[in-house]
Design a binder for this molecule. Sequence first.
Ligand SMILES: [Zn+2]
Ligand SMILES: [Zn+2]
Length: 289
Amino acid sequence: MRTSEVIDLTEQLGGVIRRSALVRRGASKRDIAVAVAGGGIMRLREGVYAVPTADPNVLDAARHGGEVACISALRALGIWVLDKPDRLHVWLGGKGRRHQHSKCTCIDHHDAGGAAFGIARAALALVQAAACCDDEVFFAAYESAWKRGMLSRTDREWIRRAVPARIRWLVDLARADADSGLESLLRLRLIRLGVSLECQVLVVGVGRVDFVAAGVLIIEVDGRENHDGQSLRHKDLVRDAAAAALGYETLRFDYALVVHEWRTVERAIVARLRRHGVPVVGSTVTEVN
Ligand SMILES: [Zn+2]
Ligand SMILES: [Zn+2]
């Protein structure tokens, strides 16, 4: 077998292949040795080969013994994940074992089933994240995956059965139309305070606003990199004035505040809502008279 065929076979299987799979498809020991010597494929560990162009996380997971999993898989699949994983999460399968490799900081997952190589499917990665991460991480990723059309009804039912019972309510709460991870996060946090949140609301006379909490408080979250220039600021001020004339209050936050300084955001929202007589439960923010 020519080296180009060895490379094609490996690529067809997602970039990583076992020697036994190559042999089954007609490659001899010598063909494999020639392909490795020429740099067409590389040896990851005993009996496992890969094309050098494969995703570095897929290569490391294969060195470790399995598939990219959990939040590492969710990110690789383009699903919104709250925290950037600093360690690689790897699914080894129910019975698989980890292999030593250099610079290993991987986190093992041993969910049932046989792991191969590559990236775990979205539904499995979500179930892994449900057990491994914060509830909010799971919830925002679940809505993101659903919105991207990556979860069938069967997947969603399977996830609901497979996640820990204490977070099943999050699966029931999730919607298919959440526009961003930030929206998922904000909605969940306000629900925990007993406050309803509408998203992307058209307020006549104001325009489309990001969120309206409890029907009285407009919350705008600035996702722009930098709030460039006077014209945008002027537009915001005009909108705020129009909203105030209609009896709304407006609070503005940026992405970093919502994600990293939630206590500050919560205090502001709770204080405004209480002033409007909206009951807020579950907040540790004390009332100031
Ligand atoms: Zn994990
Ligand atoms: Zn490792």
